[in-house]
Design a protein around this ligand. Structure first.
Ligand code: DAH
Length: 339
């Protein structure tokens, strides 16, 4: 075989290898194999001088051209490899599914409390705040619940150091508010309350209430009914019926419990409303003149109504939650349902 033919074969060999997918290491191998010191082509180039004169020119030219071609091609392949590597590292694949951010949501009790607040604010009530650590005076005495009076049993209480206790209802804020301001008063008072109840599906030692108070000249029981039925319609749906039943609270006279038509069965009777068609939703009444006396209001001049509702109970009815403990366990599977 002539040297010229051999050069053609080296060319074919190179083309065959260059046509395959190649790695950086494979490229180095090709460089050694085709251009290295011991490469066949290098040997041929070195020996051109000793070829017979009639072959020298063509062989030399062919060997040189092949060497240059191989060298250029290898360089090109090297650039392509580097480019591919860079692209693998940098490129943003716009077809990849995104990583969805999952923002949290307010706690269901917060959501329900916010709705209650919003409805009353839309009716002109302001939101007031008061202490959770309280004295006997604000939690009981000023609300016409004397020491040793049987009505205290209804408000079982956590006592702490000395005179202090954890408030057992939000009604304490009524007293602070009336001491600090003059009528007219139109306020709601949301917050935590504490009672030493054994924890079960419907009891917790801490829960939430929203208290309400309206005091002015000429406030009547019909104002209470109108305000609270307006609230119930906005909260539970405008077809919800409201009724007021006589009840007893030491701080109101007359006192009442407010029921709504059962939001589960629509009033037909079911397990939740115990077949009555009605759900008790809050306590209310006309502020007892004895309470006005305790805060120095003239009971001849002013009248008012007050109410108090449990937020957990309302949230449980609205969402069909059967166990109060779900609210406090902070299981993300529970909380995530309130988006
Ligand atoms: N404080 C009462 C309770 O915890 C709820 C309540 C009833 C508040 C009647 C009031 C009211 O302001 O007028 O059960």
């Amino acid at each position: 075989m002539s040297v010229l033919d051999r050069i053609k074969e080296i060319d074919k060999e190179f083309e065959a290898e260059a046509g395959k997918d190649i790695t950086a290491a494979g490229l180095d191998g090709m460089r050694v194999k085709f251009l290295g010191r011991k490469a066949e082509l290098t040997g041929i180039l070195r020996s051109v001088a000793s070829l017979p004169a009639d072959q020298k020119k063509d062989t030399g030219k062919a060997a040189n051209m092949l060497q240059r071609k191989i060298s250029e091609r290898l360089e090109e392949m090297g650039k392509r490899l580097a480019e591919e590597k860079r692209r693998d590292r940098d490129e943003i694949d716009v077809t990849m599914p995104g990583i969805a951010a999952s923002p949290g949501v307010p706690h269901p009790l917060t959501q329900v409390m916010d709705r209650i607040n919003d409805i009353f604010v839309s009716m002109g009530f302001i939101i007031a705040d008061g202490p959770e650590i309280e004295t006997e005076f604000y939690n009981f005495e000023a609300l016409n619940i004397p020491l040793d009076h049987p009505s205290r049993d209804a408000f079982d209480t956590f006592y702490i150091e000395g005179e202090h206790l954890l408030r057992s209802h939000t009604s304490n804020v009524q007293i602070h508010l009336m001491q600090n301001t003059r009528p007219p008063i139109q306020a709601i008072m949301p917050g935590r309350v504490y009672r030493p109840d054994a924890v079960d599906a419907s009891h917790s030692f801490m829960f939430h209430q929203v208290e309400g108070l309206m005091v002015d000249k000429g406030i009547r029981f019909s104002d209470l009914k109108g305000t609270l039925s307006g609230f119930c319609g906005a909260m539970f749906g405008k077809d919800t019926k409201t009724r007021v039943r006589p009840h007893f609270f030491p701080f109101t006279e007359p006192s009442a419990e407010v029921d709504i038509s059962c939001i589960i069965c629509g009033g037909k009777g079911c397990r939740v409303c115990k077949s009555s068609g009605w759900l008790e939703i809050m306590g209310a009444g006309m502020v007892d003149p004895l309470v006005f006396e305790k805060v120095g209001y003239d009971a001849e001049k002013y009248t008012g109504f007050a109410f108090g509702m449990g937020v957990e109970r309302i949230a449980m009815l609205l969402y069909g939650i059967e166990d109060i403990r779900f609210f406090y366990e902070n299981d993300i599977r529970f909380l995530g349902q309130f988006k």
